[in-house]
Design a protein around this ligand. Structure first.
Ligand SMILES: [Zn+2]
Length: 59
């Protein structure tokens, strides 16, 4: 089940919506910022149908 959540870009600080597959309990993936187009890593923790946490990973 896919749910959209808010993520904040670590480069430009803009928040935008990101769709996450909540059938995976814990996942890391790379996404591109919708505003500045830079790629960054996201860490998501989910329950089916609900996003528990969604954070940009700073290296
Ligand atoms: Zn950005």
């Amino acid at each position: 089940m896919e749910v959209s959540g808010k993520i904040q870009c670590p480069f430009c600080g803009q928040a935008f919506d990101l769709v996450v597959d909540t059938s995976v309990a814990s996942q890391r993936f790379t996404t591109d910022c919708e505003v500045c187009c830079r790629p960054f890593e996201v860490f998501a923790e989910c329950e089916p149908g609900e996003i528990l946490s969604l954070d940009a990973v700073s290296e």
